[in-house]
Design a protein around this ligand. Structure first.
Ligand code: ADP
Ligand code: MG
Length: 264
């Protein structure tokens, strides 16, 4: 045990240092700077201790989040604060902010984001999924194509059951891009089974460029589609974005036939 008279060894990286023994790696790195700041600002012992512990706690929280976001297959972080609601007046900011309070997770309510390409459907879905894991809930992100192919590829019955259980488990499952590919009869059946397994037990966040009426042809079966929508929409919030593509924002002047700037 390090004697108090040897306090300075606390700041070294050798194994006798209490920082190393307690695994306070981030604090060890930040300590020289923290000490300099404390001396310059003449902060109290309490403030210094608080700052030191906060550095370690924050860094651990960030690492945990990073691991959880990777396990959840989340795309790069998007936030609602970075979303320009004034660009999409058809979308209710109040409704989206209310969803961000995450009560939908507790009530296993589904969220369906509808709209044409580029209006921010994935942005909203990813922002909500990030909030979900930041709050300590479990989530998983996939696209309909990847999900259907994965379930379809699980040939044997017990493998398939395992995959279904895998997708049924997270408290929030995001299925992005419903509408870009048509499903085979088997794929449609498997997606229905999954929606059924999650019904009233876990939230789905879906994004689609197709209105619900078009989901029949998408699944190749009108009756299956209506049974799926019945379960999906029983407890659901629908966000419809009817606006211009944000991707086209910079190109709008060109699309509106304005002459290029370098034109004579
Ligand atoms: P969709 O999924 O509807 O096709 P995305 O969510 O992929 O659209 O949006 C396309 C790009 O534009 C993304 O980089 C997204 O972050 C950005 N974006 C879309 N809408 C907005 C908005 N209203 N404010 C800020 N960025 C936006
Ligand atoms: Mg998208």
């Amino acid at each position: 045990m390090t004697a108090l008279s040897e306090t300075p060894t606390a700041f070294t990286a050798d194994s006798a240092s209490p920082l190393v023994q307690l695994g306070l790696r981030h604090l060890g790195q930040a300590l020289p700077t923290l000490l300099d700041e404390a001396r310059q600002q003449q902060v109290s012992y309490e403030t210094f201790l608080y700052r030191a512990l906060a550095v370690e706690a924050q860094a651990r929280h960030q690492r945990l989040l990073q691991r959880r976001s990777q396990a959840a297959h989340l795309p790069a972080r998007k936030t609602l604060d970075a979303f320009d609601f004034s660009f999409q007046p058809s979308l209710s900011e109040r409704q989206v902010r209310e969803l961000a309070s995450l009560s939908f997770v507790q009530t296993a309510t589904n969220i369906v984001v509808l709209g044409p390409p580029g209006v921010g459907k994935t942005h909203i879905a990813v922002s909500l999924a990030w909030r979900t894991i930041e709050a300590g809930y479990s989530a998983f992100f996939t696209t309909l194509t990847a999900l259907a192919e994965d379930l379809d590829a699980a040939g044997r019955k017990d493998t398939l059951r395992k995959r279904l259980r895998f997708y049924a488990r997270p408290q929030v499952l995001v299925i992005d891009e419903i509408g870009y590919t048509r499903l085979s009869a088997r794929q449609a059946q498997l997606i229905f089974e999954l929606v059924n397994a999650r019904y009233e037990s876990g939230s789905l966040i879906l994004t689609s460029n197709k209105s619900f009426g078009e989901w029949g042809p998408l699944l190749g079966d009108d009756i299956l589609a209506s049974a799926l929508l019945d379960r999906l929409l029983h407890h659901a919030e629908i966000l419809t974005i009817n606006g211009p593509s944000y991707r086209m924002k910079e190109r709008l002047p060109l699309l509106q036939n304005q002459p290029p700037e370098h034109a004579p």
